[in-house]
Ligand binder design. Sequence first.
Ligand SMILES: Cc1ncc(COP(=O)(O)O)c(C=O)c1O
Length: 411
Amino acid sequence: MTKKIPVTIPYFTDEESEAVKEALQSGWVAQGPRVARFEKLIAAHEGAGYGVATTSCTTALHLAMAAGGLKAGMDAIVPAFTFVATANAVLMTGAEPVFCDIRRETFNISIESLEEVIREGYEERDGSLFNKKTGNLLWGIVPVHEFGLCCEIDRVNGIASRWHLKVIEDAACALGARIGDRHEGSFGNMSCVSFHPRKSITTGEGGMVLCDDEAAACRMRELRTHGSTVSADARDKGRGFLLPEFNEAGYNYRMTDIQAAVGCVQVRKLDQIIEIKRKNALRYDRLLKARVPELIPPAAPEGYFHTYQSYVCMLDLKALGIGSVAEGGDFRNRLLQRLEDLGIATRQGTHAVHMLGYYRNTYGYRPEDFPNAYACDHLSITLPNYVQMSEEDQDRVLEALRSELDEMKKS
Ligand SMILES: Cc1ncc(COP(=O)(O)O)c(C=O)c1O
């Protein structure tokens, strides 16, 4: 039987197993010293002052938004092409997500669309922006660094500072990504990363908020543990018999020391993982251009260091002579099914959140409201990319793409 090629797989060696064993044998398996060490390692790697570990990037986003004051009666602008968690985290605070469109070439937030959403949807009163329809205060922007490529964060920050808006970066996919020598996590905002197995490094599930503000980090540490004023291991070292004070109604978003033990090993491999995935991606770029011109490789603008957490290309409708995005989506799905039948796993890049049932039904969105998000939802294709992938595996993906496209074009 031919070997299956997954879309991605984590890169583990015996070191992770040893680290887990050590955590288990220590008896301290809930949040403790390994989480604190993992937070320091990730923050140092990304050039951020503080890291606050959580159970996932979704809970990291919620925690950062809650600590930043987002609540009912407020709006946050979110790009329409992202994993649903970005918008769901806004809803978790009681606030409303308001979508804007993206750029097809980078899959990241379109500054022109962001400006248009603000101009058309909001009016100014006393230096703040209020939603013309609902009266909600515009609290901030949640830009996404999609698939390992930073968005135009300086331009987002410029718009935010003009209107006194908060910015929380959804950097779920972007650990290690850079603009010039500035790492994601050092752009001056709170940013949230994910350690889900689809990401560059993993703790099974897990996330972290990165920030430079000590007071915000302390507040998030309290909120992630029910609003407790003292952490469990600090309590253990002091008058552990007394429960601490709880001044706020918080959450249980604590990462475990078992997960952090894995994370501490994984972070040491991060640069190596990114280097190999970049090498694979650049090889895909070259070979797709030469052999599969029906696919448009992902863009990496000058000065942007793309980590290729996911290698996502786009079906070229013109090259295929297909007239509409809807038809293109149907063609893409048939192509991905054929690859699946050959043992090659692929995925659509991510989804257009405004077209998902909850958002469509609640807000009455139509595909054309955010046409680029809709097109990327239908035409994007994630190709396999992982450390253990050999050149032969990659050639098999390219050959399968070539032969299946040829077959499909004949019929
Ligand atoms: C852009 C984006 N935001 C948020 C998330 C949620 O991350 P997690 O699964 O760690 O909650 C993901 C996960 O895929 C994502 O891609």
